[in-house]
Write a protein that binds this ligand. Structure first.
Ligand code: 5GP
Ligand code: MN
Length: 324
């Protein structure tokens, strides 16, 4: 694994590559979209002779304020081979989803990521688990003076989302320095965080309310859990993109160490989101169940009965608590 890729090395990686694809993880979040669009805009502006495409699953409506998002491709062309596939914010090939095929067919690959679970699966890897976000890492690959306002907006969104707007402990002095440089590009940071992070639709708030109301306290009230089923999504006429932020709201509960949020992806298959403070390393819990993530924010997918899944998760979490 290479935990330093200099601006010069990045230029060498790009050298001679006429066609480049950028892809990120399934159910793209703010950092995934921010890093992909930021890099896409930067390369479009300064390497306009290269063919460049971004492949991502559908994104939350609020992210369309970021330039270039309308051109994101949601399907892959048949028999396409890119000279270079750049994989961003994605810890393993499975998480790349539909664009994994392009990654596998590409002449060479490069991965930039901050997931502790990343096994360095690309040809060249720039993986820094301590980094706040992939967007922060992508910033370091760029020549600062060549970053446009539009690129800065995308990267700022990514950093703001993965740090909970500069709140989580992954926010380092260097994160703040990068954010400051992005602010100097003249971006409206308030507008970006308000529209893409804080603002919720009425439907989103209703589901959040339901998840909070029906949450359960477990492990001597040190753990909180809640679920949203397919039936709930149908009732509220919502989709899984409307569930962003619920797990962190659960985690905000006083004296709670770990929050577990499950939502049903397909009948009896649940996506699990875990959040914790410094006491429990939830990336260990999610990796035990085949997922990944970070110490304080991780996830996985599991099939079965909701209560069995919850029991298994709670069992693994309890192993890291010496007083329950
Ligand atoms: P979230 O709970 O917001 O979906 O994800 C929290 C963190 O865990 C993110 O960094 C995300 O990429 C990672 N993560 C979530 N689900 C999975 C999963 O099923 N597999 C892996 N490898 N990582 C996941
Ligand atoms: Mn990220």
């Amino acid at each position: 694994m290479m935990n330093q890729v200099s601006k010069e090395t990045f230029c060498e990686i790009l050298d001679g590559k006429e066609s480049i694809a950028i892809g990120g993880h399934i159910r793209p979040d703010g950092d995934c979209v921010g890093s992909c669009m930021g890099l896409n805009l930067y390369l479009k502006e300064h390497y306009h002779f290269k063919e460049l495409d971004v492949y991502l699953e559908s994104i939350p409506d609020s992210f369309y304020m970021i330039q270039g998002t309308r051109e994101i491709k949601h399907e892959i062309p048949a028999d396409k081979q890119y000279d270079l596939f750049i994989c961003l914010d994605c810890g393993d090939l499975g998480r790349l989803g539909f664009s994994a095929e392009l990654f596998e067919h590409a002449k060479t690959t490069f991965c930039v990521d901050h997931h502790i679970s990343n096994q360095a699966f690309a040809r060249t890897n720039y993986i820094v688990p301590e980094a706040s976000s992939t967007s922060e890492l992508v910033y370091h690959l760029m020549q600062p003076e060549l970053i446009s306002k539009e690129t800065a907006e995308a990267l700022y969104m990514g950093i703001a989302h993965d740090t909970g707007v500069f709140q989580y402990s992954c926010t380092s002095p260097s994160t703040m320095e990068v954010a400051a440089e992005l602010l100097r590009k003249g971006i409206d940071a308030n507008d970006i965080t308000n529209k893409t992070y804080y603002e919720k639709t009425y439907t989103q708030n209703q589901i959040l309310g339901k998840a909070l109301l029906e949450s359960m306290m477990l492990l001597n009230k040190r753990c909180i859990a809640s679920v949203v089923t397919l039936k709930d999504l149908e009732f509220f006429e919502a989709d899984t993109k409307d569930l962003e932020g619920i797990v962190s709201q659960l985690h905000n509960t006083k004296d709670v160490d770990v929050a577990i949020f499950l939502y049903e992806l397909e009948p009896k298959t649940y996506k699990i989101s875990l959040r914790s403070n410094e006491k429990v390393d939830v990336s260990k819990v999610s990796q035990y169940f085949g997922g990944g993530g970070h110490k304080r924010a991780a996830g996985c997918s599991l099939s079965g009965n909701y209560y069995d899944i919850l029991n298994n998760l709670v069992g693994q979490i309890a192993l890291q608590m010496d007083d329950v």
